[in-house]
Unconditional design. Sequence first.
Length: 355
Amino acid sequence: MTSSAPLRVVQWTTGNVARKTLRSIIARPDLELVGCYAWSPAKVGQDAALLCRLEEPCGVLATDDVDALLALTPDCVVYTPLHPDVDELSRILRAGVNVVTTAEFLTGHSLAPGARETLDAAARTGGASLFGSGMNPGFAQLLGAVATGLCQEVRTITMHESVDVSSFAADSNMDGMGWGRPMDDPGHADDVRAASVVFADGVHMLAATLGIELDSVGSHVAFSAAKKDLDLPGRPIAEGTMAGLDLRYVGIVDGREVLDLHQRWVMSHDLEPAMPVEHGYKVEVQGSPNVTLTLGLMPDQPLETLTVEDMHGIGMTITGLPVVNAIRHVVAARPGIVTYADIPIPTGPAAWTLD
Ligand SMILES: NC(=O)c1ccc[n+]([C@@H]2O[C@H](COP(=O)([O-])OP(=O)(O)OC[C@H]3O[C@@H](n4cnc5c(N)ncnc54)[C@H](OP(=O)(O)O)[C@@H]3O)[C@@H](O)[C@H]2O)c1
């Protein structure tokens, strides 16, 4: 923490992740919430904190007036819409405003052709930096890169996320996975690839952080079926249809899969074929020595009080906080697209500084 003036921050949209980023922006003495963008017309004019389900209003009203938000000359936008808008992001960056985002962006490699170059040019023109993270993809790859720091030699890095995602069943970013589609549905695997291509960007980001060149990035998709009907709020899944997903994005060098981002997401534990989950993240480095890093996450509250919403909230916290905690480094970074390779490792604020 520094004693200098707080960095002035605009929160862009007020959905699931924003509920956690906004709470942190408001709590931190080194950050000041100066504006909030609303995508939904019905949210315009409402207090940002109340939109993010905080109990107390913060006095910042949500607006859809982009010019007015840029006229505030914020230091940084925390950009968390459901999907990124390259034109909108370019406009923010050209105005000289730094951006941290969880929205399907890490290096820009998974965007439409030319979009990465457009964003990098806009950022350099504005003298601003663009940084993307999240938990996975994002912080998980930083953990993988850090784990290799113990090694004399690294042969492969595999990262597993294995989670029961039924508490996220209704989330919009689950739409593209095709939960409940018939098994062997033609085109299903390609639709999953299209909706999850940001994990390919995670492979690119890990490669950038390790300083290695990849020949290509590939992917593997496998499905499991529900053994009985699943009555999930917002996303019922019928017996015999897709309720488990194994998704791997791999970085290839000389024909070898050297980087492997493996996601296993299940809506039930009763699947055929079985897909056991370990509820967390594991990094496995094969090298000298072999390194295994397990990331366990426990709620900051008694287990007996834990609700489904609390579980969902933990997922959103670990998605949003990597970008909030990076703000001061991104503001200080060189202009252009930056990754964990370009900034100091972001750390969380000490609790005693938040009083
Ligand atoms: N890397 C990771 O670990 C990770 C994990 C989870 C999520 N994410 C990503 O983080 C981003 C935010 O996720 P979320 O769960 O917070 O999303 P969300 O709640 O579903 O949507 C966020 C906000 O986006 C706006 N919005 C809704 N529909 C939109 C559309 N069609 N186009 C553009 N904006 C739209 C709304 O803004 P208003 O509130 O202003 O109306 C909404 O509240 C997504 O891109 C998601 O993929 C990353």
